[in-house]
Design a binder for this molecule. Structure first.
Ligand code: NAP
Length: 269
């Protein structure tokens, strides 16, 4: 029950039509006996949003597109790992001190836990905040990273930071790519009929991971599945990153039954 002692938490982004964070967080708070409620706050100015966090004394803030990098200058502290990625997806308010963390990395580890990456060729499509966490993880696993992004200079920034190289569609069609990862919003609700690799011929030996979690089966995953490739939905990552957020915020330990609970909840839509 909401009372004067209920802690207000937030998800911030712009626009914020796709986020399932409030539904998942609120269900997790209830399940774990945490007296908090998450609400969505959306506007163009990240500075104003962070100001609101301070004014309303919001405890946990989930940060989504396009603010994962833009939020950093407005925070008081940045966790070491998030600093290396240069992207935050979580802000924890500790007595007015706002610290930025990146739990996307935990979600990515969760989604890719059974995928061999060492010395494998991995294509990363996109170069925004989430792609930075993916590149960080791939580098830590010694994968060979190949990038594609609409704005080339942003992909160059990732090459500089995490290694790897940019490839063209032509080069891609000729090489053996073991893993393909989409870190763009292409295919996300409401524009679900599109794919970032609409002309690409997927192979049976590939693993294709789409960070988009709404819908669960994106156009990209449907294409890959049709070719016999193994597919991983963004839902896996979404659960992993949210559980870590709740752990950072509440200190309550995640366990497998909570994971199953979150999975069932998201399966319901
Ligand atoms: P972001 O920082 O705004 O970056 C978006 C990236 O996608 C940029 O590289 C951008 O290219 C590219 N892009 C956007 N629209 C495009 C279009 N129409 N055509 C080609 N490229 C386009 O966003 P983000 O935070 O990285 O999030 C990216 C996606 O990952 C979103 O769908 C988000 O929901 C998803 N995500 C999922 C999880 C999860 O838990 N499953 C966690 C984090 C993010 P430019 O560089 O050219 O602008």
């Amino acid at each position: 029950m909401i009372s004067s002692r209920t802690q207000l938490n937030a998800v911030i982004g712009y626009p914020l039509t796709h986020s399932k964070s409030p539904a998942l967080h609120n269900a997790l708070y209830k399940k774990l006996g945490i007296n908090a409620i998450m609400r969505a706050f959306s506007q163009k100015s990240v500075a104003r949003l962070i100001n609101k966090i301070r004014k309303l004394n919001i405890g946990l803030t989930a940060v989504t597109m396009p603010f994962k990098q833009a939020a950093i200058p407005y925070l008081d502290k940045i966790d070491r790992q998030a600093r290396t990625m240069d992207a935050v997806n979580t802000i924890i308010n500790n007595h007015g001190i706002l610290t930025g963390f990146n739990t996307d990395i935990d979600g990515i580890a969760c989604a890719l836990k059974n995928v061999p990456l060492k010395s494998k060729n991995v294509l990363l499509v996109g170069a925004g905040g989430a792609a930075r966490a993916v590149a960080y993880y791939l580098k830590s696993k010694e994968a060979k990273i190949f990038y594609q992004n609409r704005t080339k200079y942003k992909a160059y920034a990732l090459v500089k930071k995490f290694g790897g190289k940019i490839i063209s569609a032509k080069e891609l069609s000729k090489m053996k790519m073991h893993v393909i990862i989409n870190a763009t919003p292409i295919g996300m609700t409401p524009k679900t009929g599109v794919s970032p690799l609409s002309k690409y011929k997927f192979k049976k030996y590939q693993v294709v991971f789409d960070l988009v979690y709404n819908p669960r089966q994106t156009q990209l995953l449907k294409q890959a599945k049709k070719a016999g490739a193994k597919t991983i939905s963004g839902v896996e990552m979404f659960i992993g990153q949210a559980l870590k957020q709740v752990e950072l915020y509440s200190g309550k330990i995640k366990n497998n039954s909570i994971k199953t609970f979150a999975g069932k909840l998201l399966a319901k839509g």
